[in-house]
Design a protein around this ligand. Structure first.
Ligand SMILES: Nc1ncnc2c1ncn2[C@@H]1O[C@H](COP(=O)(O)OP(=O)(O)OP(=O)(O)O)[C@@H](O)[C@H]1O
Ligand SMILES: [Mg+2]
Length: 573
């Protein structure tokens, strides 16, 4: 008997009917499943969670009998219908994000949908390429993140993070933008285009753009309470917390000590220079005195107790705190966070989220870098944004875009996974960009990274995923489909006949996910099937020539400033 398997991409000679049967069957199952999910959501909304039958024969029977009181006891079937329609409409295409923007942004409510610019309503992620997963790529619609999405992107180096996600998002954003980076490219490409919209602030303590310092940030303005001081201290300690998550006694004690010093400096009108000086002197009495004067008696006792403790323990804690805050010893970094020139204005973090300004936060990676300050400033802007949203009826309008590129290296906000789920409802659109999933797990721990991953309503997976487990998980998430497999058989008298059987196969095998081409990405969004898309880098967009020119001018300026910095007139550096 001859038996030849036909590849999944076609029935080559086999009948089409099985496809139609399968598509119809799965459409019906998907619709019933959506109805069941809608019922669960509606019953939860109406305060009767988990009422009614589970997904299965009893549920289908109830639907056929239209027995609403059994399916959703004490819940109106109309509510279920509304939730059902909302789910079906949930999509990433422009009409949907514009419709959403009209009720998320009161300022757009009266504007006809046709006049709303895409960038006002969402962030373009890429162009859908329907059929690409099964080898038949067609041109599809542009997919957008809406204004209540929270996004995570995992892409390897040179996969298009900056050119296709960060820069286009910044260029289109209608409101304030905060962008972190460890390279100058995002600033060179987008700063000139953002200038007409508002002030462009560049925080560049490590001379990545060699930008002239025209402002400073006082990290202590908002750290007058224990909670805020603790958060700032945490950004420093994150630098030395590697794979362990908070179990290290010295790291915990160092964080407590730093918190006390930051609190003392903030309450006495001091600066981070005072914190650095107190860290250097284990006998300094001033912080405990200031803390007691301002009513922080517990913190005062804590500092005094540490100083009077066993010298080995005390020195270990101080040394850990000094290592965590080592960037405070760098005068180049300190001039950005201390009032060295009286005429240089300070950034008002509380005003920023409601402005249309752009804030670039640049830092190198690694020990001694300005990364804790980048994390601290990002954190303060995010908290100010939440407060501003609360004072404006719950949401920021226009939204604040926060692109946290290289987040695992330069913006290690410990509780980012917990904060993430709240941003969507506040008019804050965060895009956290990582080079790999394990890179995130090293910073937030396996559980924290899993929490961040599941809180993100949109996940973008680009080229270069080299993690077998992630590829396998994603392959399972993409799902399976039924593939008609044709075979030709010959009976005893040698007469050949075609038979088609259906096999369930992964839509994308893990190996195919690991082989996603540069310039493409998979997108997973809550409530809709995974989609493959072509990225839309700025250099292929309508303003490419203008942006290319701006980037060339900015790069030339960096080169000139770098040469001047390294070869100062009249001597060596
Ligand atoms: N102006 C341009 N014209 C054409 N190609 C470009 C341009 N700028 C960048 N590229 C290419 O686009 C690709 C993606 O670059 P991009 O800077 O977006 O990568 P990335 O993921 O941000 O990398 P990294 O991790 O190094 O920051 C690279 O191959 C790069 O060479
Ligand atoms: Mg980049």
């Amino acid at each position: 008997m001859l038996r030849r398997t036909v590849e999944p991409h076609g029935t080559s000679g086999g009948p089409l009917t099985p496809w139609l049967v399968v598509i119809c069957a799965w459409s019906a199952i998907a619709s019933i499943w959506l109805a069941w999910v809608a019922g669960r959501i509606a019953t939860a909304i109406s305060g009767h969670p988990s009422a009614g039958p589970d997904f299965g024969a009893a549920f289908v029977g109830g639907l056929l009998r239209q027995d609403w009181s059994t399916l959703w006891p004490a819940t109106s079937p109309w509510l279920v219908l509304v939730v059902y329609l909302a789910q079906v409409a949930a999509s990433l295409t422009l009409p949907q994000v514009v419709a959403k923007a009209k009720w998320l942004r009161p300022s757009l409510a009266a504007t006809p949908a046709s006049l709303i610019r895409p960038g006002e309503a969402g962030i373009a992620l890429g162009a859908h390429t329907p059929g690409r997963m099964v080898g038949r790529s067609r041109k599809g619609k542009v997919l957008y993140a809406s204004l209540e999405d929270v996004v995570i992107a995992v892409m390897a180096p040179r996969a298009g993070k900056t050119t296709a996600l960060t820069a286009p998002g910044i260029l289109d954003a209608p409101g304030a933008v905060l962008a972190t980076s460890n390279k100058p490219d995002v600033w060179t490409t987008t700063a000139a285009a953002r200038e007409p919209k508002g002030t462009v602030w560049v925080f560049d303590p490590q001379a990545i753009t060699h930008a002239q310092r025209t402002w400073w940030w006082n990290p202590l303005t908002l750290t007058g309470t224990w909670e805020e001081a603790f958060r700032l201290a945490d950004h420093f300690v994150s630098q030395i917390r590697h794979d362990t998550r908070g179990e290290d006694f010295c790291a915990l004690a160092a964080q407590d000590l730093l918190t006390c010093f930051i609190l003392a400096a903030a309450n006495s009108g001091g600066t981070l220079a005072d914190v650095q000086a107190w860290l250097a002197d284990v006998t300094a009495r001033e912080p405990a005195r200031i803390l007691a004067q301002h009513g922080f008696h517990g913190a005062a006792r804590s500092v005094a107790g540490r100083q009077a403790g066993a010298p080995e323990t005390r020195d270990g804690v101080y040394e850990t705190a000094r290592t965590a805050a080592s960037c405070l010893s760098d005068p180049q970094i300190m001039v950005w966070v201390t009032p060295s020139k009286p005429d240089v204005p300070a950034l008002d973090v509380t005003r920023f989220p409601e402005s249309t300004d752009t804030l670039y936060l640049l830092s190198k990676d690694g020990a001694g870098s300005a990364a804790p300050l980048v994390a601290g400033l990002t954190d303060q802007v995010l908290r100010a944004a939440v407060r501003a949203a609360e004072m404006r009826g719950g949401r920021l309008d226009p939204p604040l875009l926060c692109v946290l590129d290289e987040a695992a290296n330069i913006c290690k906000i410990s509780d980012l996974p917990q904060l993430y789920s709240h941003f969507g409802s506040r008019g804050i659109l965060p895009i956290t960009i990582l080079q790999s999933y394990p890179q995130g797990a090293r910073v937030w721990g396996e559980q924290g990274m899993a929490a961040l991953w599941s809180a993100a309503t949109i996940k973008v997976i680009g080229a270069g995923i080299d993690d077998a487990k992630l590829a396998e998980d994603l392959s399972r998430l993409v799902g399976e489909h039924d593939v008609p497999v044709g075979s030709r058989t010959r009976d005893g008298s040698g007469i050949a006949s075609w038979q088609t059987s259906i096999q369930r196969r992964r839509i994308l095998e893990p190996a195919q996910i690991r082989a996603i081409e540069r310039g493409h990405a998979l997108v997973f969004a809550t409530g809709i099937p995974a989609a493959m898309m072509r990225l839309l880098p700025w250099y292929t967009g309508p303003h490419a020539a203008q942006l290319e020119h701006a980037a060339a001018v900015a790069t030339e300026a960096i080169t000139r400033r770098a040469q001047a910095d390294y070869n100062p007139p009249g001597g060596t550096r």
